[in-house]
Design a protein around this ligand. Structure first.
Ligand code: PEP
Ligand code: MN
Length: 332
């Protein structure tokens, strides 16, 4: 159950009430928000006198639920606004990994040419093998920072584990939590205390309930700027890398109040299918689209098979604008 309490309560009293009622709480500009287990269906008597609003919830998808907030949350950073009433489908693009300044310069030129405002590249890569490229680390973050200063892009980059979470919070405009880190509670809790938007990717073995509950860890720690990213789940299929769960996207749009971003690149795993999938993603009327593209995919140090050449990316972008318009959105 979610309760709004008047903000005038002193912190010591809030703490005591939270302990008595097994509540997770945070304070925003308007209220102190208490979240009790969803099994609680009525305002507890000890909280009645402070309560200015209450929502009984069916399960532990609480703060992220449309039952609590009907509208999609607005999330903003740099010169980007996503969700809310924007009707924007925000494109976030770039190579899988930051590899060199030259590579990022070429990626930046592509973004400039196609009117994209958000550059995405990983500096700390969560790889499936310890023997493959692990990312440039801080050096990569510095290169991304340089692109931000030079071109004014928003920078989206991922946190791999607790050893780099502080650096990512410092350098990123949007903190990406990757599929393999979705369950890392150290990361989730630290990002809950950060005051920067979070792009939370769905673990490839996670149900929608589990996925959104991970977002609840961030929201209930007081970070209200969370976006959900579907990037493919594991099924029995082996011909494609993962299976993009568009049914799940329909569910997230219907039942949650968080902006939804689709990532066809990691789902498909092969460049040939990605433009078609991206068109299907935009047709879903989602808030964001994340696509990997590399100046020379053949020599990419990670996810080489799935990164689009710049020419293919540009061709794809041209076809996406009318599709976005057809579903009442604008690609930005
Ligand atoms: C990535 O975005 O490059 C990445 C590693 O994605 P995921 O966490 O979805 O596997
Ligand atoms: Mn990748």
């Amino acid at each position: 159950m979610i309760l709004h309490l008047s903000k005038s309560l002193p912190e010591t009293q809030i703490e005591a009430l939270a302990i008595t009622n097994q509540a997770v709480w945070y304070t925003n500009n308007e209220h102190t928000v208490f979240v009790l287990p969803s099994a609680v269906k009525e305002v507890p008597s000890s909280l009645e006198q402070y309560c200015t609003g209450s929502w009984a919830m069916a399960d532990d998808i609480q703060l992220a639920s449309k039952k609590y907030r009907k509208d999609i949350r607005e999330v903003s950073w740099a010169d980007t606004v996503i969700g809310g009433n924007t009707n924007a489908t925000v494109v976030i693009a770039g190579p899988c990994s930051a590899e060199s300044e030259e590579q990022l310069e070429l990626s930046s030129a592509l973004l400039q040419e196609t009117g994209i405002r958000n550059l995405r590249a990983g500096a700390f890569k969560p790889r499936t093998s310890p023997y493959s490229f692990q990312g440039l680390g801080i050096e990569g973050l510095k290169m991304l920072d340089k692109m931000r200063s030079k071109y004014g892009f928003g920078i989206v980059t991922e946190v791999r584990d607790a050893t780099n979470v502080e650096a990512i919070i410092e350098y990123a405009d949007v903190i990406q939590i990757g599929a393999k880190s979705m369950y890392d509670h150290g990361i989730l809790r630290r990002c809950g205390k950060a005051r920067k938007p979070i792009l939370l990717k769905r673990g490839f073995g996670a149900t929608l309930q589990e996925f959104v509950q991970c977002a609840e860890f961030i929201l209930s720690a007081g970070n209200e700027q969370v976006m959900l990213c579907e990037r493919g789940i594991r099924t029995f299929e082996t011909k494609t890398r993962f299976t993009l769960d568009l049914c799940g996207v329909a569910y997230l749009k219907e039942y949650t109040n968080l902006p939804v971003i689709l990532d066809p690149s990691h789902a498909m795993g092969y460049a040939y299918g990605i433009p078609d999938l991206a068109r299907a993603c935009v047709a879903m009327g989602v808030d964001g689209l994340l696509v990997e593209t590399h100046p020379n995919p053949k020599v990419a140090k990670s996810d080489a098979a799935q990164q689009l050449t710049h020419d293919v990316f540009k061709g794809m972008m041209q076809t996406l604008h009318p599709i976005a318009n057809a579903v009442g959105r604008k690609l930005v």
